[in-house]
Design a protein around this ligand. Structure first.
Ligand SMILES: [Zn+2]
Length: 179
């Protein structure tokens, strides 16, 4: 079940370690948006209006259904890298800012874990959805799956400059930023 983490923002974590956390933003009349779709074993009881994928690893993307109309993945994601699964209906994530209901979403390209990894910043709540780039406890994602350690360091430095208050990563728990 989705658990509320901020006004209109929810998270769904499963016991299964490999499946990504699914975040849901309730845009009211605009419908619901999700960030990452899980590995496909978790079925949603609604059709998201929009799905933003933090990167192409199958544990984040296999839950995408063919009927979903707005599914975004960064165009630099390497389709031939290990563990990548690109849904057929995924479009290139080329916009940088978007309003969705009350939310203001900003995309930051943060390569390192994969080449097409992104973080999504929701300015009003101060939440950063960091995918597998940055985890709670100061950890970062692995860079040996056709990612890059050098790019990871640059991306982590970029993340430091984003004025987020709550980190919501692709696995394990969320974490308030230290002041
Ligand atoms: Zn990953």
């Amino acid at each position: 079940m989705f658990e509320k983490i901020a006004k209109g923002i929810y998270m769904l974590q499963t016991d299964e370690r490999v499946c990504s956390t699914i975040y849901m933003l309730d845009g009211g009349k605009e419908g619901k948006a999700i960030i990452d779709s899980g590995d496909g074993k978790v079925l949603l009881d609604f059709e998201p209006k929009m799905c933003i994928l933090t990167h192409g690893h199958y544990d984040h993307t296999r839950g995408v259904e063919e009927s979903w109309k707005e599914v975004y993945l960064h165009p630099e994601e390497k389709k031939d890298a290990p563990f990548i699964f690109v849904p057929k209906n995924a479009k290139a994530l080329e916009w940088k800012k978007k309003k969705f209901g009350e939310f203001e979403l900003e995309i930051f390209h943060t390569p390192g874990h994969t080449m097409g990894s992104v973080c999504i910043f929701e300015r009003k709540s101060g939440i950063l959805f960091s995918g597998d780039t940055k985890f709670s406890g100061g950890e970062h994602g692995r860079t040996d799956l056709q990612g890059s350690d050098e790019l990871m360091q640059e991306s982590l430095a970029l993340i430091e400059k984003i004025p987020y208050k709550l980190l919501c990563p692709g696995h394990d728990g969320i974490e308030e930023r230290e002041k």
